[in-house]
Write a protein that binds this ligand. Sequence first.
Ligand code: NAD
Length: 349
Amino acid sequence: MGVFDHVEFDKHESLHFINDAATGLNAIIAVHSTVLGPAAGGCRRWMYASDDEALTDALRLSRGMTYKNAVAELPFGGGKAVILASDKAPKSAELFAAYGRAVAALNGSYITAEDVGCSVDDMRHVQSETSFVSGLPQSGDNAGGDPSPLTALGVFLGIEAAVKARLGKNSCDGLTVAVQGVGHVGANLCRLLHDVGAKLIVADVNRDHLNAISAALPVVIVAPAEILYADADVLAPCALGNVLSTATIPNIKAKVIAGAANNQLSTEADGARLAARDILYAPDYVINAGGIINVSHEYHGNSSEDAVRNEIAKIPQRLDSIFTEALESGRPTNELADELARRLIAAEQ
Ligand code: NAD
């Protein structure tokens, strides 16, 4: 497996391969950039088909965190960890403590938190070994806890901005939103959309998650293979990455794509493919920054949930500027967001 010539290698500052014999932990921590501050980003636990798939995910996700933190104006660089899930290394307090020791060994160049497959409880076990962790249980009105509801809030506000820009609507009332993945973020997003009168089409590969959402809200359930092509005004990818590609884009009916998933575009060129179809794409790391904003406020202390919500309210404004520039220049939104992130990072170098 090549690393330095890997297609997703982007001058990452360091990569750390972790093995803990006692728990079977296999993990990769990717520190993409510490130019703007310590590299911050969540830890994903996933059953990867191969080590290369895990490495690809760590490289792409960590770069995305650098850009996300820069655009959200947080004092963080970008990093990400992936834990390679396997039957031989089941989730346990010991496994996350071993992961915590690996984070501690980086002496604060990487700050971890939860992502797909990890929870607040898991982060408590990480905390037993290191203070370089956030996304811990919330105390009182202080910022903290599961970041997903705040990610969902940012995505909801971002959908409103995108709907205004592309469809000329001031609200999602009466619009149909197709939500791919009703896990932590997707389910919270569905609630916010339902509250303002949106109709929901959902899909998930997890039957329990579908049962929970259909017990709570009126939703139309479709098969996972159909959700991207649902007859909807808005498509909100809230599962995993690589969903927007040459294979899927030609058949998408929604005029707005705005969701929580990281790395929604399979390649950068897919942003131009969406623009060519007049589909407005809300760059993923701009719209889904609510969680890391919460994590940042928690990590730096002395901050309330109200302060976090005020910061999250800036997400639709940032998207609006990108949408306006895209309209004026005819350039894809993802390119404009990347340019903005690179400009902000270069200004610090
Ligand atoms: P989650 O694991 O709680 O939910 C993901 C859901 O997607 C699960 O219910 C899963 O079964 C479902 N899913 C997986 N593959 C699917 C498929 N092919 N079709 C339909 N459903 C599928 O994760 P989450 O915390 O809700 O995060 C969702 C996405 O948002 C991830 O890409 C994550 O990186 C990103 N994100 C999350 C946060 C956060 O605060 N949790 C912040 C920023 C970005």
